[in-house]
Write a protein that binds this ligand. Structure first.
Ligand SMILES: *[C@@H]1O[C@H](CO)[C@@H](O)[C@H](O)[C@H]1NC(C)=O
Ligand SMILES: *[C@@H]1O[C@H](CO)[C@@H](O)[C@H](O)[C@H]1NC(C)=O
Ligand SMILES: *[C@@H]1O[C@H](CO)[C@@H](O)[C@H](O)[C@H]1NC(C)=O
Ligand SMILES: *[C@@H]1O[C@H](CO)[C@@H](O)[C@H](O)[C@H]1NC(C)=O
Length: 335
């Protein structure tokens, strides 16, 4: 018994050593040493000297972003042919001015919805029916707008759908028209960015340090004449992202805005300016939101909005190369 047990164990308790093979082949030896030399040359030549790798760059900035959108738009035929004004509080979501923001360029408004029964929209295949038996009472319509009541009703002359209990009338995609907030092409996006490279205690802002309160209201970004004015026209952003505002604003999209800092502390501080680039990340972007209100009888209504627009995702990257000696960093800071 004991012996059997001991024999079953050895794999676990054995100690294994590597077996070396000494090759007396000059060719293999030369290649082996040459590889060593090549790696050494790469480290000294490229990483240390050319890339200043030994100097320890800082490519992990702490940063903050404040955004502001400016503009006003008016849309016609909103509720009972009324006009609706859209200002910053209406077309920017969320409103805190973060590095991710959504600008409304189009919408489907379903106004005056109340909780009652109505015919479901036939775009939901689960709602199409030919008799009451097709509509199981109490079941929700798959991807639909309400709970089936058990009745199959006429939607129009040719199509029947299940009756539902939900927010009625249901949303109607065919009400989506050409961009409603046309003026959005002339809206402006202000992106304030402060970066801090903790390794060198080095901070920069992309805005002009001015006491003139109107400066940012009137300026537009230009890399040569106004590099410290990060105010961009929406249409320009979309154009730079390689799209047309006209087309993209109908269904919306996601645009990545990138701020890239590359600073060499051996160079004058004025040369430490960020580059801005805009890229289309995705097309079609929408979400729903609703506002609620009550009539005199405390009956609840809501206006449902399916909002289409641009989401801007702003990111910051940066790299600071240290000065060759400590004196230069002092000068840069004293500026
Ligand atoms: C959507 O609107 C169109 C045109 O106004 C109308 O013909 C259609 O019945 C509506 N659909 C729904 C589900 O209300
Ligand atoms: C009825 O509605 C369906 C689905 O929306 C539509 O395809 C069809 O043309 C409509 N028929 C009439 C007569 O309006
Ligand atoms: C945007 O501004 C330009 C120039 O001021 C103007 O010609 C154009 O009509 C404006 N666009 C809209 C949609 O108002
Ligand atoms: C960083 O720089 C600021 C001024 O630019 C200075 O007040 C602060 O003491 C510095 N911090 C460190 C840790 O050197």
């Amino acid at each position: 018994m004991d012996a059997g047990c001991a024999q079953a164990q050895p794999a676990l308790l054995d100690y294994k050593t590597e077996k070396y093979l000494l090759t007396k082949n000059r060719k293999v030896g030369v290649i082996y040493r040459f590889l060593h030399l090549a790696i050494l040359c790469y480290i000294i030549g490229w990483v240390f000297l050319a890339k200043k790798g030994y100097q320890d760059t800082d490519s992990d900035p702490h940063f903050s972003i404040i955004t502001k959108l400016k503009g006003v738009s008016i849309t016609k035929n909103f509720r009972n042919s009324q006009e609706k004004i859209w200002d910053v509080a209406d077309f920017v979501k969320p409103s805190q001015g973060e590095n991710v923001l959504f600008l409304v360029t189009n919408f489907i408004a379903t106004t005056g919805q109340v909780q009652r029964t109505c015919a479901e929209n036939p775009v939901n295949s689960d709602a199409r029916c030919s008799e009451n038996l097709d509509c199981v009472a109490g079941e929700p319509v798959v991807n639909g707008n309400g709970i089936k009541t058990g009745k199959c009703v006429m939607f129009n002359h040719t199509q029947s759908t299940c009756e539902i209990y939900g927010w009625c009338p249901v949303e109607n995609e065919s009400l989506l028209r050409k961009p409603r907030l046309n003026e959005a092409e002339n809206f402006t996006l202000f992106i304030k960015n402060v970066v801090h490279f903790s390794k060198f205690n080095f901070s920069r802002a992309n805005t002009l340090d001015t006491s003139d309160e109107t400066y940012f209201k009137n300026c537009r970004y230009n890399p040569v004449s106004s590099p410290y004015c990060p105010v961009f026209q929406i249409q320009e952003i979309i154009t730079q992202a390689g799209q047309s505002f006209e087309e993209l604003s109908v269904m919306g999209g996601v645009v990545a805005a990138r701020i890239e800092w590359k600073c060499d502390l051996d160079r004058p501080a004025a040369e430490c300016l960020p580059q801005y680039s805009f890229r289309l990340q995705d097309t079609k972007n929408n979400f729903r939101t609703a506002t609620y209100y009550w009539d005199q009888e405390r009956k609840e209504y809501r206006d449902l909005f399916k909002l289409y627009g641009f989401r801007f995702d702003i990111s910051v990257t940066g790299e600071v190369k240290p000065p060759k000696n400590q004196q230069t960093i002092q000068e840069t800071r004293n500026e």
